[in-house]
Write a protein that binds this ligand. Structure first.
Ligand code: 1Q0
Length: 215
């Protein structure tokens, strides 16, 4: 038998997981959302150890959400919508400054949600890029337009340095393991609307509940 670790990563599967997290009535299922992130982290780890400070934080946040899912109150964490309702109704969220609930589902998921915006911007650049485009430039532009606005200088600096270590476009496409560049572009074209929709549904929910600036 082939160990799971030996199986080649396919970005297609990861993006399919994100697809699964959105139900017909536009609820975002946390288990699949988290599974999507796990796959992305696996992909990031395959790019090299310079990214480990990023993946460590992502893994940490994924674990916090999994712990909620597995806890006695796990039933409230099935969807992002029910999580928000439950945590707000029971005053389980620090709303204005850090305090008793540093591991609330709401604030933890918000960090991943902001990173999803980065992913959306990055993948869209990748999709429309040409052979001589630089992945590091695409990545840092996407970052500057999104996540960086929530990060202090020291993190922005570290992220900027890590981006230089990204493989070039050809190798990047290769690691994605989807096929020839045309197939990657087609796959991204399919996946983008779904990622955007998951992002938008979450964004609207957070906006309606005034949760977009959670400390
Ligand atoms: C492939 C390159 C990946 C580049 C990812 C860009 C994100 C950079 C973020 C760097 C910051 C990480 C250090 C920790 C920051 C925390 O302070 C911050 C806030 O949390 P808190 O608790 O302090 O309030 N955390 C975050 O902002 C969360 C960051 C999560 C980043 C998750 C990135 C997962 C990336 C997956 C890579 C996908 C590869 C994409 C390509 C897909 C295929 C084409």
């Amino acid at each position: 038998a082939v160990a799971l670790e030996d199986q080649k990563f396919s970005l297609q599967e990861v993006l399919d997981t994100f697809k699964l997290c959105l139900s017909e009535n536009k609820e975002v299922h946390l288990e699949q959302y988290v599974a999507g992130w796990r796959g992305l982290v696996r992909f990031m780890n395959s790019l090299g150890s310079v990214f480990s400070f990023i993946s460590k934080d992502a893994v940490n946040k994924i674990q916090i959400l999994v712990n909620h899912l597995n806890s006695e109150t796990g039933a409230h964490y099935v969807t992002i919508q029910s999580m928000v309702r439950y945590e707000l109704d029971n005053q389980l969220v620090d709303l204005t400054k850090r305090g008793s609930f540093p591991e609330s589902g709401c604030r933890t998921l918000l960090r991943l949600h902001r990173a999803l915006r980065w992913l959306e911007l990055f993948l869209e650049r990748l999709r429309t890029s040409t052979e001589d485009s630089k992945t590091s430039a695409m990545c840092s532009e996407a970052y500057n337009e999104s996540l960086s606005q929530h990060h202090p200088w020291i993190i922005r600096k570290a992220a900027g340095t890590a981006f230089w270590a990204l493989p070039g476009r050809a190798q990047f496409f290769d690691v994605m393991n989807v096929g020839v560049p045309d197939q990657v572009v087609a796959m991204l074209g399919d996946a983008m609307p779904l990622i955007s929709e998951v992002y938008q549904v979450t964004e609207d929910l957070y906006a309606q509940n005034n949760l977009l600036e959670l400390p």
